[in-house]
Write a protein that binds this ligand. Structure first.
Ligand SMILES: Cc1cc2nc3c(=O)[nH]c(=O)nc-3n(C[C@H](O)[C@H](O)[C@H](O)COP(=O)(O)OP(=O)(O)OC[C@H]3O[C@@H](n4cnc5c(N)ncnc54)[C@H](O)[C@@H]3O)c2cc1C
Length: 465
């Protein structure tokens, strides 16, 4: 522990957000990093607890050695701190930007938890800027080949570790760019895409081959000594509106994908929210990303409907520390909408009841209805709102149909390809990891799961299994 009284002397300070009026004018990063001396002070707040919940299952699926690298950071030994971080965290530049930081809520300082996420980001970005991050070329190759199918965080983490173990790795990605939801899902302002591309280039220099526009199936897997499926849980839940076929109704990830694609490649965005009244169906994080993106595209208005009641302001009795607090949070997009529209865009215990279209099948309005505590519509509460774009952000029901049929696999009742023994081994030379195995989750969990799958595939490849 660096400074015994650090947590008493220094208040928690996160990397500040750029102001709403500035950041709404672009799709650039939301945050501005704090200076080096303040970052060291933040690391000095870590108490090196006897039982560090931050690195337990509650706090960090990767089991990062948080108190150890906080201490080194406080002492100004950044390079050693970074080495300690990289022992468990494959891509701190992603988690340092998008992780909800379960570790900070599990910290013994509770609501005033140490700013581990920003500290982690500072370390990795210092490493890149000082040239400490160099390609790690494995000194010996095993002669075994592995296919990683899907290039989201679980696929990248799995490919990285298998490659470091000396296997020859090819990553197959059916989209035109690698990264999964890191590329086409999480918006640029949360994770600038050049950060992702920097890592992909590094992985290529380390010997990993990426094949994009390449949807893989069982015959692809057959050509390798082992294959790990990392295809995500991308089948969206449709409350029934998408299948009605009205023009102006679309799934959140399709909308966010198109937004990033046009940001990177230019051209017209057919799904743009410009001048449209937007309703986002779903009050969660994906919905929040849609709100923020619609505002940047110049929507006429945006609101976000949630079927459940608003969460409590404080932890409920059944949700004690060090669990993640299920309390009311205002995310960046919701804060931006409040800045522009003068009120929080979220409307609770409300959903869309029906759609109104014009003679050409274009969406013009949505009829909303209030819900009772059993989520049944309350008669007489219907209201018609102008709506030119309805974004469905109602969650995911598991692995997508094409990928299941391409591998002849059946999902369980929750849409997951979870092996019966809870491992990552599906059958023969086939392994599975990430959201495809666990259901839609978090980047940090997908990274941890990808590394675990790599260890199991390595045991298989080296005849230890
Ligand atoms: C909009 C949105 C925002 C999110 N924001 C956050 C956040 O801020 N923080 C956080 O922690 N989590 C966030 N999440 C969750 C997180 O992104 C996922 O849990 C994580 O990306 C899962 O990683 P994965 O590698 O398992 O799958 P994915 O990221 O979904 O990647 C799967 C990849 O496999 C490819 N694929 C599928 N089938 C095939 C095939 N047959 N052949 C080749 N390629 C194939 C897909 O094209 C895709 O690129 C968000 C999710 C969404 C939807």
């Amino acid at each position: 522990m660096g400074k015994t009284t650090g947590f008493l002397e220094y208040a928690r300070a996160e990397d500040p957000f750029r102001s709403e009026d500035k950041r709404l004018k672009d799709h650039d990063s939301l945050h501005v990093p704090l200076p080096e001396d303040e970052r060291r002070r933040q690391a000095a707040r870590c108490m090196n607890c006897g039982v560090p919940f931050c690195q337990s299952d509650f706090g960090c699926p990767l089991h990062n050695l948080i108190p150890e690298w906080n201490d080194l950071l406080f002492r100004g030994r950044e390079r050693e701190a970074l080495e300690r971080l990289l022992m468990t965290a494959p891509f701190p530049e992603f988690t340092g930007r998008v992780c909800p930081a379960l570790c900070e809520k599990a910290c013994n300082l509770a609501e005033e938890g140490v700013t581990n996420r920003d500290n982690e980001l500072y370390l990795i970005e210092t490493g890149f800027s000082k040239g400490w991050i160099r390609p790690r070329i494995p000194p010996v190759r095993t002669g075994k080949t592995a296919a990683v199918i899907g290039s989201g965080p679980s696929g990248l983490a799995c490919a990285d570790l298998l490659n470091q173990m000396g296997h020859t790795v090819t990553v197959f990605e059916k989209a035109d760019r690698p990264g999964g939801l890191l590329m086409y899902g999480i918006p640029n302002m949360k994770l600038p895409k050049e950060i992702l591309q920097r890592r992909i280039l590094l992985m290529e220099e380390e010997g990993i081959r990426f094949r994009t526009d390449a949807a893989a199936g069982s015959e692809t897997a057959e050509a390798f000594d082992a294959a790990v499926l990392c295809g995500g849980a991308r089948e969206p839940r449709d409350p029934g509106f998408a299948r009605q076929g009205a023009k102006g109704v679309c799934f959140a990830v399709d909308y966010l994908t198109e937004s990033t694609r046009t940001l990177l490649s230019g051209g017209d965005n057919a799904l743009s929210a410009r001048d449209r009244h937007v309703i986002v169906l779903g009050g969660g994080d994906t919905g929040n990303d849609c709100v923020a993106t619609a505002l940047r595209q110049g929507c006429a208005s945006v609101s976000q409907l949630e079927m459940l009641p608003a969460p409590p302001q404080k932890r409920a009795a059944g949700n004690p520390w060090p669990q993640w607090p299920r309390t009311l949070r205002t995310d960046y997009g919701q804060a931006e909408a409040a800045f522009v529209q003068g009120k929080d865009p979220r409307v609770y215990e409300t959903t869309v009841n029906s759609l109104v279209t014009d003679g050409q099948g274009r969406l013009t309005a949505a009829v909303t209805v209030r819900l009772d505590s059993s989520r049944r519509p309350i008669p007489g509460t219907e209201e018609e709102h102008p709506c030119g774009l309805l974004l469905i952000a109602a969650g995911f029901i598991g692995c997508d149909r094409e990928t299941k049929s391409a591998f002849g696999l059946e999902a369980d009742s929750r849409g997951r390809l979870m092996p019966a023994d809870g491992s990552h081994h599906l059958c023969g030379k086939l392994f599975v990891s990430g959201d495809m195995r666990t259901g839609q989750s978090l980047v940090v969990r997908a990274l941890a799961d990808g590394r675990e799958a790599a260890r199991e595939a390595d045991a298989f490849l080296s005849g230890k299994r």
